[in-house]
Design a binder for this molecule. Sequence first.
Ligand code: 3H9
Length: 719
Amino acid sequence: MAAFARVSGSVGLITLQNPPVNALSAAVRQGIVDSVQRALREPEVKCVVICGQNGIFCGGADIREFSGPMSGPPLIPMIHSIEVAAKPVVAAIEGSALGGGLEIALGCHYRIAHSKTRLGLPEVTLGLLPAAGGSQRLPRLIGVPAALDLITTGRHVTAAEALQLGMVDQVTDRNVTDVAVKFALSVVGKPLDARRISMHSCPHSPDLDELFERTMQHVRQRARGAIAPVACVQAVRAAATLPYAQGMEKERELMATLFTSGQARALQYCFFAQRAIGRWSMPSGARWDTSKPRPVHKTAVIGLGTMGRGIAVTLAQAGFPVIAVENHEKQLMAAKQAISGMLERGAKRRGVTPVLNKITYSRDIQSVANADLVIEAVFEDMALKEKVFQQLSAICKPGALLCTNTSGLNIDHLASQVRNPELVVGMHFFAPAHVMKLLEVVYGPRSSSEALATAMAVGKKIGKVSVAVGNCQGFVGNRMLEHYVEQALFLLEEGATPELVDQALEEFGFAMGVFRMSDLSGLDIGWRVRKGKGLAVPDPTTGQTARVQQGRRYSPVADLICEQGRFGQKTGQGWYQYNTPGSRVGKPDPWVHNFLKDYRARHGLVARRIDHQEVLERCLYSMINEGFRILEDGIAAGPEDIDVIYVFGYSWPRHRGGPMFYAHMVGLPKVLERLEHYHQAHPDVPSLQPCNLLRKLVANGSPPIQKWKEVMKKINSRL
Ligand code: 3H9
């Protein structure tokens, strides 16, 4: 787990060995302790180099160990023993030095990094802080402002930036261990006190109080209720204001609170969920590890509206040649200009050359004939998409993957329009497509595992968090969202205001409440969808949209708002009022309040007091209930898939782990009891009726979320 060897005569080389990332498991820590002791004991050893096996220094503490009782030697005394060693210790860093890995390097007397290395203290993203001395040593080494930035965001820095900040002493393009060994020999006998970071005080920063106040304010605003970033600021403040030993005590206290918090559990769950979704499976039994993706060299995008433009940019930035097709000359020119601008701005941000030549523009759909993968991104209209798919079927070369960017239309129906339905999948991008990380990859009953594997591989290459889901109305994300929005509208009918509902959801941690979000994305989009479904249509006799549609309660409130031409920010009026169309700052609107009063009076509804608890329970539990239905239907393979979709696509607060993890934290019996309560109060709202899987999980003793799949399998095999 940590190998010791004597090299170049007098260098003790300690190599961390725990694939894939050399995480600091109990065995690795024991190995380091033993090796350091040996290196210090053996008189032939004059200096020490610590490196990692397989091109990576160390990915930090072993996160899997956090959920069980801790064993093995603790990190803090281990790092202390390195720092106080009488022989020089050099860290030879390549690949990554993260979290506890970087903390070990900070305990060493010198740090040499390979130019491709990334370094950071990402503990905050796991709901923790760098608690093996990282919060105390880093500010002493690079100063308080830079340390605050790295520790509160968890961002990784390149070797070049690390050198500039003073985190490492040297950067090399050569074999870093060889360089470190030579370097270690060159510093034998030199005094070490000045190299022991814990003995330094923090470099002077003017206006320290003001800096901490400003940072705390900023961090609280950005954290949306997460506690770890706040604790990180407090720990760095201790480094800046207290002697090292007292700072370490503060670090320990803060970590003790974070370590057992629900937020840390949620964030660590998210870490593993994000990796688990790559191991997809289909109901047919096809899996990620047995399905081979097809090679994709050339890509094409059909339709250059907002979505098509973003998709073309994403593909080009990932290195794919793209044929971008738009059949109207004027729109093609406008798209070309917009795409070039997006590529130029993106390149400027990343300090690279814009890849304008990766995209070829055309008005002729025939030009996609040679593409290996085509993404159709025309207007969300089935008849139009059908036509495009029929054309593609005739034009594209055999074996080309045909993808549709739809947010909810039936993939199977589109597949029925082509010669090779097995090569059709959905690629549901989220707007703006070149920014948002989420991609729902939708397979239909006829999609082949090869087609899914190809779309998932392309999703990974373009840097998206790709989740494989089955075909159904709205797929996973929008299918659940419908219930969340529906409850919010019912709450308005029953007495709430848009700002009350939004406030409850924003305090929970959403970046924006449901109504603020709707104003931003445009109310007309949902209105068009509802009209398409035969809802939002006034009764010819009364002239009013009925409050019961298709046998269930329906709220026409959003439709009536749209009838007034209030489409949100773009028209300057929606659920809120804005100073000018396009403005982003909304104020509560007395017109909306009066409209709701009149509406309730017209329908004989008596407003009642609604509290935040009810808003959360109605909006979130109805959505979670639909999540269980999705699992029951086999549309998502597991709760992790749903949670990743919500965290990356719908601004669900990551420190709450996603809707299904949240249900697990609240307790399934409680979710079931509240749904039963609300369904009794609103029997005409089917989404409040607890679904079978939820009932069965509760009947099976409410197992932890990691065991839901086992119960689901057991239930399915009994059917
Ligand atoms: C910490 O250090 C606390 C300290 O302050 C001390 C407190 C006292 N542990 O991401 P990948 C697994 S907290 C356990 O796909 P990549 C990962 O689950 C820690 N497992 O590879 C996956 O497993 P599987 C602070 C870990 O090349 C496999 O390794 N450190 C850990 O794309 C490959 O991972 C961090 O937050 C771990 N620490 O990226 C760093 N790390 O194959 C977390 C990874 O079964 N790690 N695994 O799905 C990373 O950011 C990335 O893994 C890394 C490599 C950049 C290292």
